[in-house]
Every structure is written in C-alpha cells, then in structure tokens.
Design a binder for this molecule. Structure first.
Ligand code: FAD
Length: 502
C-alpha cells in the first residue's frame, strides 16, 4: 500500500481497478492470484481511523464531512435529498451500517449469475468479514419485538438469506465492535502481484484506436494526487500482450456516482453532455448516467428528544410478505454527544428512475444526480403502505416500554395526508445504484459495449437493488466476477497452447 504516485507512474499491470471500494477490493484480491493488479483509490487507509473501525462511532462519518478529504463525501441530489458516498479504501463498506444480507434466489436468477459460483463467492466473503450477532443491543431487541408486534411474520431468527418475516442478519462488525471493510479482503490477495495506490484520483481512461479506427481499446488511466492540482497528471498502463485476447482490462469500480462520471470524463456518454464540457467524444453512449435509482426511505424518530445514547447500527430486518418493504432500526448520532432513535423503512423495488450528469470536469467533485423519488404512482402507493406500517411499529408497546414514554400519537389520518407526508419526508437509505446498467452500458460479462479492455463492476451496473441491502451482493460480485475472469483467461491460454502445438 502506498500513497507515492511516483511508485506507480509510467508502470504497466495486467489489470487496473479504479476504486478500492466494496466491489473493487474483492475483485483485486481475486485477480492478483494469477495477474499483476493495480488498485487505485482516491481516499486513504481505513486502518487506525476510529470513525471507520469502531462501532461506537457508527454514523459519525456522515456528520463529519468536508469537500476533499473526509471518509464520506456528502452530496445532495437534485431532488433536495442529502446523501453520502464512501471515499476511503473499503469504499462505502467503510462508512455504512454494516448490515449483511444475501440477495434472493430470484435476483440471482434474473441477473443470469451461476448459482453455485454465487454461493461459493458469498461464502468466501462471509468466511473473512461477516459475523453473526454475538449479542443484540437493547434497542435491536426492542426493534425485533416491535416489528413482530406490527405483524411482520414469521420470526426467522438469525439468517443471511432474504426471506419474508423478521430476522437477525449478519454484520461486518465483529464481537469486539470492530468493523471489517472490503479492504480486509485484500489480505487474501497475492501481495507479490498487488499494488494498492491510495489518495490518487483517476481523471480519465486512456484509449488506443486501431489504425482504421475499427477498434477502440482502454490501454491505461490518467490520475492525479487527490490533494494535488488537476494539471499534474500521471499515467499507468495495461501490460502489452502477444495477442489482444490475452490482454487485461481497465475495470471501473468507482461506485454508482463515480463510474458513470468517469466514463463521461473519458469521452464515453451522451454526446450533448460531453460537448457541454468540451470533452472529445470517444464513443457515444446514451445509457451512461441513465437509470439512476435510490430506494425511497421514510424514517420515524421514536424518541421525543435527542439523548446521549450510543450509536447502534441495524441488525434486525422486517421483510413484508410481498418483499416490497424492508424495515430496519438504528440509533444515529446528531452531534458528538447526542443521538436519536429511529425506525426506517425502504421501498425495496421502486419503479421511479432518474439520471446523472456532469456539472464540472474535476473527478473529485460530485456529478449532479436526480433520483426522482416517488415519481411513479406505484412508488407513492407503496410509500403510503410503508408509512402505515412504520406507524404501527413506532406506536408498539415494546417501543413505548423501551423509551419509558407513552405510546406515540398517530402521525397522520387520511391517505392524502400520508402522500403529503411521504413527499415531504422521503429520504435515502443509501442504496442508490444505476448509471452504467447491465444491458445498456455493459454486457452480461460487465464489459463496456463497443470498447475493448474496459469493464465496470460496482453498484452502477445494477438496474434494481437486490431487494435487500446491497453490500453483500457487491462484495460477492467482486469475488464472483474475479473468478469468472480467471477462468476465462485460463480457458483462453489452454486454447492458445493447443493452437501452438498444432
Ligand atoms: C451511509 C451508508 C449506509 C449504508 N448501509 C448499508 C448497510 O448497512 N448494508 C448494506 O448492505 N448496504 C449499505 N449501504 C449501501 C452499500 O454500502 C453500497 O451500496 C455499496 O457499498 C456500494 O459499493 P460499490 O462498490 O458500488 O461502491 P463504493 O463501495 O462506494 O466504492 C467506490 C470506491 O471508488 C472510489 N472512487 C470513486 N471515484 C474514484 C476515482 N475517480 N478515482 C479513484 N477512486 C475512486 C471511492 O472512493 C470508493 O472507495 C450503505 C451505504 C451508505 C453510504
């Protein structure tokens, strides 16, 4: 691990992975088994940073943000909803709630993934960074009782599966309250093959055009120091190989905001967008930045005023019969010595979608994004149902007993009231995705259409969230796709050897 750009500048690797986040780290570890890998991350190391590592500081990165260096980068969508994205090795797995739950079989089927390999990849991740609950905090126990009291049944106890009813899930926090991020998975890589460059932001992809311009191939990246100037750029390249099929790839794993942004900054995207910022067009692609989606969330504060309770990440989930609503509860800090107790629910499969656009050419700044929360009637209807369920939970005897307060007053009365309540109070649960979706920007192997040697692997490729919280599936996807690439390359080298012997 280094922050010295000079150790990397001008060098070549079999694979270059942009973004040391949730998907990028397991991918880098896996590919390094057989190939040289450069993993380049704009943030710093999570190790030794209590805001990341210590459960007692859960939620603090969200309230301690700055423009360039904080581990969470805040942004406000065009809908006016505040949000954050990870900016540290480990990515958003280093700042999130740590709640770990596998995708449903239906989601795996729909994605066209190989079921057995998916299982193997989940198990690999779980053997390293996922923990069963060693104990349930008093608030998580009360959340469990209150969700059951509101009728989200059956009770499933501890399970990593996405099943209807109320369950206790896995977590990336261990029994000592220490967070394990995707960065820990790098320990499973081959240290002789793996270079991790921190505090370096990729500015654009470098392309090679064949002499007849029939083929465009990603041949490297251009990057800057994250605290440097935009003009002082460095380059790293993909290793030259004897034939094009044995070449590696540049793989974007910069997240649902980072990957579409970087595609556009590199000249791949909607023409008008690129022209607006004088970016030379490498490949027109209308789908880049499209299909942005965030799961609408309503959160109800159940305590009457801020208190000094320890932050408490979610560990219980209530999943309704139709799998359309998921309820979780946590205690989040407001300031360094006050916090609020909340119950939150998300619409698992919203239909409203938005888009992402460039608003500057500095890769360190946020692009502009609109999610169009609750724009469709279906989503609004679901939000009304979700708020009714939240009310039942918030007014449960279990919560009143925990707080030592009398049962909450009813918030609203008619469906019209509830619609207005939803419009006014919709927020994020941070599971946003899209922008480079499979079928639109990348094919089923996560290869960018029309460009050789370029793949994308992260939340930007999802056209819907995996029903449940997405971290588990993104960790899994990094491992899964890494294994697929290794197998692909082994099969190719077997074929080449055969050809050679003929
Ligand atoms: C506050 C919060 C709470 C959440 N809680 C949960 C939860 O409890 N359970 C759950 O399952 N999910 C949760 N999520 C969602 C989940 O964490 C994310 O969906 C997931 O981590 C995204 O993974 P990713 O690989 O797509 O992107 P990230 O993990 O965000 O990785 C992208 C990486 O790329 C880097 N990067 C971006 N641009 C560049 C560039 N130009 N050059 C170099 N590096 C770059 C970033 O710094 C980052 O490290 C939460 C998310 C947040 C933000």
């Amino acid at each position: 691990m280094t922050s010295d750009v000079k150790q990397v500048a001008g060098k070549s690797y079999d694979y270059i992975i942009v973004g040391g986040g949730t998907c990028g780290c397991p991918l880098a570890a896996t590919l390094s088994q057989d190939f040289s890998v450069l993993l380049i991350e704009r943030g710093s190391s999570p190790y030794g940073n209590p805001l990341v590592i210590d459960r007692r500081y859960y939620g603090f990165p969200l309230i301690k943000t700055d423009k360039y260096m904080s581990v969470a980068q805040s942004f406000t969508s065009e809908d006016g909803v505040g949000n954050v994205r990870g900016r540290v090795l480990g990515g958003s797995s280093a700042i999130n709630g740590g709640f770990y739950s596998r995708a449903s079989e239906e989601f795996v089927c729909k994605a066209g993934w190989d079921k057995e390999l998916v299982k193997e990849a989940y198990e690999w991740v779980e053997s390293k960074v996922v923990f069963p609950p060693f104990y349930l905090s008093p608030w998580q126990s009360v959340a469990e009782f209150s969700i059951l009291e509101a009728g989200v049944l059956p009770y499933n106890g501890f399970s990593l599966e996405h099943i209807k009813g109320t369950k206790i899930s896995g977590s990336v926090f261990d029994e000592f309250g220490k967070r394990h991020t995707s960065a820990d998975l790098l320990n499973a890589g081959n240290p002789n093959n793996l270079t991790v460059l921190l505090n370096a932001t990729v500015k654009s992809i470098i392309f090679h055009h064949s002499s007849n311009r029939n083929e465009t191939r990603a041949k490297g990246i251009r990057f800057i120091q994250s605290n440097g100037t935009l003009d002082e750029t460095y380059e790293a390249y993909i290793n030259k190989a004897k034939n094009s099929s044995s070449k590696g790839d540049v793989i974007l794993a910069a997240g649902a905001l980072g990957s579409p942004q970087l595609m556009m900054l590199s000249g791949i995207g909607p023409k008008e967008q690129l022209r607006r910022f004088n970016i030379s067009i490498v490949h027109e692609m209308k789908g880049v930045g499209q299909g942005m989606q965030d799961n609408p969330c309503i959160a109800v504060l159940v305590d009457s005023k801020p208190q000094n309770r320890l932050p408490d990440p979610p560990q219980i989930a209530g999943i309704t019969d139709d799998f359309k609503i998921i309820v979780e509860a946590s205690i989040l800090p407001l300031t360094s010595n006050s916090s609020r107790v909340n119950v939150a629910a998300k619409i698992a499969m919203p239909t409203s979608k938005g888009m992402l656009e460039l608003n500057n050419t500095d890769p360190r700044l946020n692009p502009s994004v609109r999610f169009n929360y609750l724009a469709s009637d279906d989503d609004m209807e679901e939000c009304v149902k979700m708020t009714k369920l939240l009310e039942r939970i918030a007014r449960s005897k279990s919560i009143a007993f925990f707080l030592g307060e009398s049962k909450q007053e009813k918030l609203t009365s008619t469906d019209i009231d509830l619609r207005n309540f939803c419009k006014k109070n919709v927020r994020t649960i941070y599971h946003y995705h899209g922008g480079c979706t499979v079928g639109s920007v990348v094919d089923e192997h996560y290869k960018v259409y029309g460009i050789k040697g370029l793949r994308i692997l992260d939340g930007s490729t999802f056209s819907e969230s995996p029903g449940t919280n997405p971290m588990a599936s993104l960790l899994m996807l990094g491992r899964y796709q890494g294994l697929k690439i290794l197998r692909e390359r082994n099969a190719e080298s077997g074929l080449n050897a055969k050809e050679h012997r003929k």
